[in-house]
Design a protein around this ligand. Structure first.
Ligand SMILES: CC(=O)SCCNC(=O)CCNC(=O)[C@H](O)C(C)(C)COP(=O)(O)OP(=O)(O)OC[C@H]1O[C@@H](n2cnc3c(N)ncnc32)[C@H](O)[C@@H]1OP(=O)(O)O
Length: 221
């Protein structure tokens, strides 16, 4: 079994630990985190370092893989870029809850995380490091670009495209054939009946408010 680290030690990381324990496919050596001090105990595992100590930890514990346990898309992207610079050979392992339902042709790319009860229908495409949170569903022929996310309870119909680093928040629904642009956030509970462009924050049922978004705005996934 490969030795792995989890970047981040928050609630999202706990869900990832739970999936790994259920699948029994990786040996979790510990967390690395920028906020929690070394030796903090989180959900049965310890924080053992941070990005600065990553090279030492990789050698010491024969680390082969890492999971970025961060729900926020922009932050997950930024952490990915940092890790790649520090450890270009490390594998970003995908994580799939055993209750996820995937059509036969679905490929789960590096860094993707599929939480409990997610559904990915026929001919859908998952981007690298995309996140499908609890009970989110992605319709047939739909595409999630790299680093995009569906929060818990989101429903995406068929033939929808979700752009790079975009986030569809809690329980929103997106109707068939639409495009959600890059770096866009669709607010929780929204019903999306028209396509939404790049760098937007849009919400309402149906969508009635659209604002421009800048990259320094943080959002949750
Ligand atoms: C396992 C997990 O925990 S997964 C994490 C799940 N969490 C999420 O998905 C995040 C859910 N939150 C949202 O979706 C929010 O709508 C966000 C983050 C996209 C937008 O939030 P903000 O930009 O911070 O909006 P803010 O809170 O400043 O609200 C501004 C106004 O817009 C309204 N508003 C904000 N979001 C929405 C929405 N989704 N629907 C309707 N109205 C909204 C607010 O009520 C507020 O109105 P007011 O000025 O009359 O009081």
């Amino acid at each position: 079994m490969k030795n792995i680290l989890i970047y981040g030690a928050s609630g999202h990381a706990k869900m990832i630990v739970d999936i790994i324990l259920k699948n029994n496919d990786y040996n979790i050596i510990g967390y690395i985190d920028s906020y929690k001090p070394v030796n903090s105990q989180v959900y049965g595992h310890k924080v053992i370092g941070n990005l600065d100590t990553l090279p030492v930890l990789i050698n010491k514990f024969n680390i082969e893989g890492i999971v970025i346990g961060i729900g926020d898309n922009d932050l997950r992207l930024s952490i990915y870029r940092s890790i790649q610079k520090i450890a270009p050979k490390i594998e970003f392992v995908p994580i799939v809850h055993p209750s996820a339902i995937l059509a036969e042709d679905i490929l789960v790319p590096e860094g993707a995380v599929l939480m409990a009860g997610t559904i990915v229908n026929a001919n859908a495409k998952l981007g690298k490091f995309c996140l499908l949170n609890t009970k989110a569903s992605l319709g047939h022929d739909s595409v999630m670009a790299d680093f995009s996310s569906l929060s818990s309870g989101v429903t995406i119909a068929g033939n929808v495209t979700i752009g790079f680093c975009s986030s569809i928040c809690l329980s929103a629904s997106v109707s068939q054939g639409l495009t959600i642009g890059d770096y866009t956030v669709i607010g929780g509970g929204s019903l999306v009946l028209k396509s939404v462009g790049d760098f937007k924050l849009a919400y309402g049922s149906p969508i009635h408010t659209q604002k421009d978004r800048t990259l320094d705005l943080l959002h949750t996934a």
